[in-house]
Design a protein around this ligand. Structure first.
Ligand code: ADP
Length: 583
């Protein structure tokens, strides 16, 4: 582009040079012709007056011509004088002998006078002399003669070539100077622009500290532009640094949040996820680089709908969701807030524990109601029968009263167990702690259950070791653990068999192991036996007077003493309950 402009400039300059030279030449030519005409007019005037005096004899004419040449030749050495009669026959000529000249009637300037003009000027090529000449002819005033004076136009030709020569030399010099200046200044401009482009490329690639070139030899406008740009960059860099540090701290804050947080765009794609969200939802992909559909994260279409609503209405919406994650279901309180109309921030507040507790509570209430209702219905039924039937035998009446008693006892046990359980759950540390011998307590329980065991011909076998195991705990609570486990081992046992009880101390922990060779528990139930009201065989448990809360109480007592309760069982072979307590 630059080259094109330069060529155009050069061409225009050359055209200008040609025009100036041409104009100069035309000016010079017109001046010269004017002057020459005056000169030739003086020559012909002089000739005419001299010829009038000397007459038109050949000798006289030649003398007059010689005299005239002497007078006028100083001005132009190429002066040629021709005298002709009024018919164009040459009488005398300053440059040629008469023998060399023919009749001049056909010459334009001679013919003009013969035709009646007083003066006739022609500029033409002379075939006789082989040069361009200007001819000036007049008719002699008082004699039959035509006088013609002529000078060559060599001067004009020389002047023309001189103008061209000088024009070309001066033009080329000016052109060379002009090109030199232009190329030098554009080189400076090119360097400046190239440097600044380099600086811009660096800024684009993130090197914000880069500044534009400030060459003091460059153009003032460019220097000013660079300075202004650099000042702007200074401000931008400062702002960017502030923004960067704010972003870093915001990122750190958002990533250190122990709640999953994601940002969803209008296309319902996740465009940001904090560290916790990535871990929880098991998504390593950085959504900033590769956004992915929000529903892939939550598997919950309703959340997509809420996001859309939040973005269009600008309102914050809070709702509880149970989401399916890789590790299982988790309950979240999800808060979706708009960020403009293009994005929504979704914060997941994990309240699975509370949700679970809430669910357990409501399940518990339902279970308790159900468990209480059964013996109550039975009691009311028998009471109704006793009231309505007056014809009952005393045996029958006693029988009914017996059943009412059993159901009432079951009700009492149930209420006691519920109260007991809620008591234990409420406590953080057990109360009523005392020092006692655990071996002795086990013996006490075995004695208490001896009759029950004997009825089913079950051997209760205490372990050999240890013989004395001092512990510090709430004695009744530990007795409850032992009785529950031993009673269960006897209850859920076929006729004839054994139950073993072993104690073991390991540092500050004591392990109680109750093993039987009874019914055993199937694999599915093993996982649930510690749940409240869970029974493997409901009817058998009820008929044996079970409340379904015994093992749950054992588990919570173990937890109260920083321990745990576990079970291992093989159906038809037997079960082993292990309780670890820090006592
Ligand atoms: P329950 O009052 O019904 O005995 P528990 O909580 O003590 O309630 O026991 C829960 C269930 O676990 C029982 O109903 C029974 O089916 C099962 N179970 C407990 N101990 C044993 C055991 N030693 N052998 C087989 N099944 C057992």
């Amino acid at each position: 582009m630059k080259k094109q402009y330069l060529l155009l400039g050069n061409a225009l300059f050359l055209i200008l040079c040609v025009l100036v030279c041409g104009f100069n030449f035309l000016q010079l030519k017109s001046d010269y012709l004017l002057k020459t005409k005056d000169y030739l007019a003086s020559v012909t005037d002089y000739l005419d007056s001299e010829l009038e005096r000397s007459g038109l004899s050949e000798t006289a004419i030649n003398q007059v011509i010689d005299k005239t040449l002497t007078v006028f030749q100083d001005f132009d050495s190429s002066l040629r004088i021709t005298v002709m009669n009024d018919n164009g026959n040459v009488l005398a000529d300053s440059d040629f002998s008469l023998a060399d000249l023919n009749n001049h009637r056909a010459r334009e300037e001679v013919y003009g006078i013969i035709s009646g003009d007083n003066v006739y000027i022609s500029t033409r090529y002379s075939a006789t002399e082989n040069v361009d000449r200007i001819y000036y002819s007049v008719g002699a005033k008082n004699q039959p003669a035509i006088i013609r004076a002529a000078v060559s136009l060599n001067y004009l030709n020389t002047a023309k070539w001189n103008i061209v020569k000088h024009g070309v030399i001066i033009g080329l010099l000016i052109l060379a100077f002009f090109n030199f200046i232009v190329l030098k200044s554009t080189k400076k401009l090119d360097e400046h622009v190239a440097n600044n482009l380099q600086a811009l490329a660096k800024i684009k690639s993130g090197e914000l500290a880069t500044r534009m070139h400030r060459d003091r030899y460059s153009y003032p406008e460019l220097i000013e532009m660079s300075e202004k740009f650099n000042q702007t960059m200074e401000v931008l860099e400062t702002n960017f640094t502030v923004l960067e540090s704010e972003k870093t701290s915001l990122d750190a804050m958002v990533n250190s949040l122990m709640e999953p947080l994601v940002v969803v765009n209008k296309e319902l794609q996740v465009v940001f996820a904090n560290q916790y969200a990535k871990t929880l939802f098991k998504r390593d992909i950085d959504p900033k680089v590769t956004p992915y559909p929000f529903v892939l994260l939550t598997h919950e279409n309703e959340l997509d709908g809420i996001c859309e609503k939040v973005m269009s209405s600008g309102e914050t919406i809070r709702k509880e969701f149970v989401l399916m994650l890789t590790g299982g279901y988790r309950a979240f309180q999800v808060t979706i807030s708009p960020v403009g109309s293009e994005h929504a921030v979704v914060l997941f507040n994990d309240f699975s524990l509370e949700y679970e507790a809430r669910k357990l509570r409501s399940d518990f209430v339902a279970n308790v109601t159900h468990e209480l209702k059964t013996p109550l219905t039975s009691i009311r039924g028998f009471v109704e029968t006793l009231r309505g039937r007056k014809d009952l035998e005393p045996d029958q009446t006693n029988n009914f009263l017996e059943i009412i008693d059993i159901e009432a006892a079951r009700l009492e046990r149930l209420i006691n167990d519920i109260l007991n359980l809620s008591d234990i759950e409420r406590l953080k540390i057990d109360s009523g702690l005392e020092n006692f011998d655990l071996v002795e307590l086990v013996d006490e329980c075995l004695v208490q259950l001896d009759e029950q065991a004997s009825e089913k011909r079950i051997n209760l076998i205490p372990g050999d070791e240890p013989v004395f195991l001092p512990v510090q705990a709430n004695r009744d609570r530990i007795k409850q653990v032992l009785l529950n486990l031993l009673e269960n081992a006897i209850k859920y046992h076929k006729e004839q068999g054994s139950v073993w009880i072993d104690l073991e101390r390991e540092a500050e922990y004591v392990t109680i192991k109750v093993k039987d060779d009874g019914f055993g528990i199937d694999e599915q139930s093993v996982r649930r036996v510690f749940e409240r009201f869970y029974r493997v065989d409901k009817s058998r448990s009820r008929s044996l007077g079970g409340t379904g809360l015994g093992l749950s109480i054992v588990k919570h007592i173990a937890l109260l003493y920083d321990g745990e309760a576990t079970v291992q069982s093989t159906p038809n072979l037997g079960t082993t309950f292990t309780v670890r307590l820090k006592i």
